[in-house]
Design a protein around this ligand. Structure first.
Ligand SMILES: Nc1ncnc2c1ncn2[C@@H]1O[C@H](COP(=O)(O)OP(=O)(O)OP(=O)(O)O)[C@@H](O)[C@H]1O
Ligand SMILES: [Mg+2]
Length: 280
């Protein structure tokens, strides 16, 4: 069997908080992510999502257990370079991720730091801009762009490093609906066309619905892990840990609870419309 892109073995991470005290943010998590999977990761504020994300590319090293990226232990200092170039990270605030005053230089920054030859950088910049649908912005100024465009640029910057896994930590959270759509479209395409493994942290349940696999964290642990439709069927547990379900599922649940013959597990709009039409 192929090596998983990501493997966590009993991983814990504690932040030191004060003299002799620590806070366990990730608590004994084991997990495997196959190459090419689109994973969504959700959880209440403080459930440990960002800490887990940072453990995936060696920004944080586990205080217990181990993280393997294509079989390489992130704790192996000699291989940290491989780990960092395998797992790209896109963060929440688009403004904090821009380095240069022009798009081309911004995208070239990553590969330049890795010592990639000039010719290769030029072709990577072309390719990355095309992948995020921003080829015509090559000479533009990032600071004047919309939030969605800036995040697509941040994704292009990560792509230029040619990672095999892309982790997006609430990268749509600060965007308007149009910007969110733009970013999700790019992420979906990278997953389908480039077979990029994606870990998408979000608090939008509608975005989570698009993933192949949905992981739910609570209090540093994984509490649900499966196909989005199966995970959203656990709405009682989700409500208990203060998470919602997609709008369409919420509507189906409400109608079901009001005594209508509607399946509360519905996750797609057409299915809900169909079952409502049948009732009428
Ligand atoms: N640098 C730090 N020092 C101490 N505690 C921290 C630090 N960073 C995070 N924590 C704590 O660790 C826990 C997990 O935080 P983390 O940022 O991973 O959660 P999250 O799920 O990403 O939350 P959010 O939805 O707010 O982004 C929280 O209780 C948080 O307060
Ligand atoms: Mg976070």
């Amino acid at each position: 069997m192929a090596i998983p892109a990501i493997k966590l073995e009993n991983v814990s991470f504690s932040y030191p908080v004060s003299e002799g005290e620590e806070h366990k943010a990730v608590d004994c998590v084991s997990l495997e992510i196959e190459e090419g999977t689109f994973v969504a990761l959700v959880g209440h504020n403080g459930s440990g999502k960002s800490t887990l994300a940072k453990l995936l590319n060696g920004l944080l090293i586990p205080t217990g257990g181990r993280v393997l990226v294509y079989g390489v232990d992130t704790d192996d200092e000699k291989r940290i370079f491989d780990v960092r170039s395998s797992v790209g990270m896109v963060f929440q605030n688009p403004d904090n991720q821009m380095i240069a005053t022009n798009v081309e230089d911004d995208i070239a920054f990553g590969p330049e730091n890795l010592g990639v030859p000039r010719e290769e950088i030029i072709s990577r910049v072309d390719w990355a801009l095309e992948k995020v649908g921003m080829s015509e912005f090559r000479h533009a100024t990032p600071f004047k762009m919309s939030g969605g465009q800036k995040q697509r640029l941040a994704i292009a910057g990560v792509l230029a490093i040619k990672p095999r896994v892309m982790v997006l930590d609430e990268s749509t959270a600060m965007l308007d609906p149009k910007g969110r759509d733009e970013v999700m479209k790019v992420v979906r395409q990278l997953n389908r066309e480039e077979k990029m493994t994606v870990v998408h942290i979000t608090h939008y349940m509608d975005e989570a619905l698009e993933a192949d696999r949905l992981i739910v964290m609570n209090d540093g642990r994984i509490v649900l892990d499966g196909k989005p439709a199966d995970v959203f069927a656990e709405h009682e547990l989700l409500t208990r840990i203060k998470l919602g379900v997609p709008c369409v599922t919420q509507l189906a649940v409400t109608l079901h609870e009001a005594g209508m013959a509607v399946d509360p597990r519905i996750t797609d709009e057409e299915a809900l419309v169909d079952s409502l039409c049948k009732l009428l």
